[in-house]
Design a protein around this ligand. Structure first.
Ligand SMILES: [Zn+2]
Length: 138
């Protein structure tokens, strides 16, 4: 079986794919990037917390212009995962305003982004609609 590595540090693949945030032990603010100090309260202690794999789309932008090699249009979203805001693309859906709407329920979905010469898959993530039939399987 191919080896898999997550494309971003905050995506954990085991035992099931999920996101991991650094949570400020003083005020509970959560960050996906590495911080030396909390932007909210300036404390410097963090612990790792697992983020819910389901959430609700809070805001989105349909991106129709991107760097060469990036297929457009795609949906850049802000997802509320039980209180934690996650920026991610909304995938497995028609990228238009008829299909994507604020308040829709989504869940974490991983996908192989690329494979290196040693056969190791790089795994990225997005969020897909929870309702079957909302996407078109393309
Ligand atoms: Zn804090």
């Amino acid at each position: 079986m191919a080896k898999q590595i997550p494309l971003v540090e905050y995506l954990a693949l085991e035992p099931e794919p999920h996101l991991v945030a650094h949570e400020c032990t003083a005020c509970g603010a959560r960050y996906f990037d590495r911080r030396n100090a909390c932007a909210n309260c300036f404390a410097t202690d963090f612990r790792e917390v697992s983020i819910a794999t389901t959430g609700e789309l809070r805001a989105f932008t349909i991106v129709s212009l991107a760097a060469p090699g990036i297929p457009v249009p795609f949906v850049a979203g802000l997802i509320d995962c039980e209180g934690t805001s996650v920026r991610a693309n909304v995938v497995n859906i028609e990228p238009d305003a008829e299909h994507v709407h604020v308040g829709m329920k989504v869940r974490l979905a991983t996908q192989v982004i690329g494979t290196d010469s040693a056969g190791t898959d790089a795994i990225g993530f997005g969020f897909e609609p929870m309702q079957k039939g909302a996407g078109n399987g393309r």
